[in-house]
Design a protein around this ligand. Structure first.
Ligand code: HEM
Length: 334
């Protein structure tokens, strides 16, 4: 009798676990089927519109991937990054140097506009950004990952917070690890997510000092391999301060989501000090070397898992936030 009671308990427990898994429950309040009834076409709309934009300009893929990171690391994934300045707050997260070169706001706005036609007032901008960033990476044949949904949009966006929280390309490994730990991400996830620099560009103005005046004596950062520094100098002549000049962060396969970035970092060909810094910690350095030498054996899988965690940082749910009508403006001011 006692045995059969115990047995039934475990059967029910196992069934509950399976059901929780099948319904996409992640231990947070988010769920992959959050909009199944309220906006059944959401996933298709996001995928279709994002794919069209990326087809016309593949640079939207890195742009949107960077955008979700910059949103989530400041106040959590609450679309605070998307808010435009207002008379009462003329300096939002958007108005900062790190966010000045983001690409893809038009993709988010196009998806949101279509959703407002199909299922008005239902899907948050935070969820649109989480989906579009995944769909954009998939559109360039990059890794896929689960996107649990149900985020609400925040109402506060401060330039000062973006400046304090978004990691600097000049940061050392201690600061980078702290930036990530502050939002619950591990050093290994720092190494994994930095692999996003396998796609996209860096602007020349960011590496001017690294190339031409590293210690204020007209020198080059000795951490850059000599031939790579020479190459970068041809791409970024002295005093390239404008936003026109940029260089692929992954020199060999800039449009392909692969592990080549890690090989470059091991060869001292990381574009930013923050990339090179991954070699200065046993755990991050181990990961970089492992991916470089194993041909990226687990990179796509690791990246997807880390993204599913990144996009759940500090989310607002239920009454903690709202669903904006347009992504650039809060809906209600209480
Ligand atoms: C570890 C700390 C990080 C630092 C210091 C950093 C810094 C930067 C900088 C300075 C750029 C160049 C921006 C420009 O010149 O316009 C850049 C580009 C980029 N970053 Fe990061 N990043 C970091 C982590 C991440 C993470 C975690 C992701 C995503 C998961 C990411 C995704 C990207 C992408 C995709 C680009 C290319 C953007 C484009 O071409 O439009 N970065 N990053």
């Amino acid at each position: 009798m006692a045995f059969s009671k115990q047995f039934s308990f475990w059967v029910i427990f196992a069934m509950a676990l399976t059901m929780a898994n099948a319904s996409g429950y992640y231990g947070s309040k988010l769920s992959t089927d959050y909009y199944t009834e309220s906006c059944p076409d959401l996933l298709e709309i996001s995928k279709y519109i994002t794919k069209e934009f990326v087809k016309n300009d593949p640079r939207f893929a890195p742009g949107l991937l960077r955008m979700i990171f910059h949103d989530c690391i400041v106040r959590g994934c609450d679309a605070s990054l998307l808010l435009d300045p207002t008379p009462s707050n003329n300096q939002t997260e958007k108005d900062t140097v790190p966010n000045s070169t983001l690409r893809g706001f038009e993709v988010i706005n196009a998806i949101k506009a279509k959703l407002e036609e199909k299922c008005p007032d239902v899907v948050s901008c935070a969820d649109v950004l989480a989906l579009a960033s995944r769909d954009a990476v998939v559109a360039i044949n990059g890794p896929n990952w689960d996107v649990p949904l149900g985020r609400k949009d925040g109402k506060i966006s401060l330039a000062s917070e973006a400046l304090a929280k978004i990691p600097s390309p000049f940061a050392n490994i201690t600061t980078l690890k702290k930036n990530f730990a502050d939002v619950g991400l591990t050093p290994k996830e720092l190494a994994i997510l930095s692999g996003a620099h396998t796609i996209g560009d860096g602007h020349c103005f960011i590496i001017q000092n690294r190339l031409y005046n590293f210690t204020g004596k007209g020198d080059t950062d000795p951490a850059i391999e000599k031939s790579y520094a020479d190459y970068l100098k041809t791409k970024c002549p002295p005093n390239t301060g404008n936003l026109q000049s940029s260089v692929g962060m992954d020199f060999f396969t800039p449009g392909k989501f692969d592990e080549v970035y890690y090989g470059m970092v091991t060869q001292r060909k990381g574009l930013f000090q923050s990339d090179a810094a991954l070699l200065n910690d046993p755990e991050t350095s181990f990961y970089v070397h492992f991916q470089a030498y194993s041909g990226g054996s687990t990179f796509a899988q690791d990246f997807g898992a880390a993204m599913t965690r990144l996009i759940q940082i500090g989310v607002l749910t239920d009454n903690e936030g709202e669903v904006r009508k347009t992504c650039g403006a809060v809906r209600y001011n209480y």
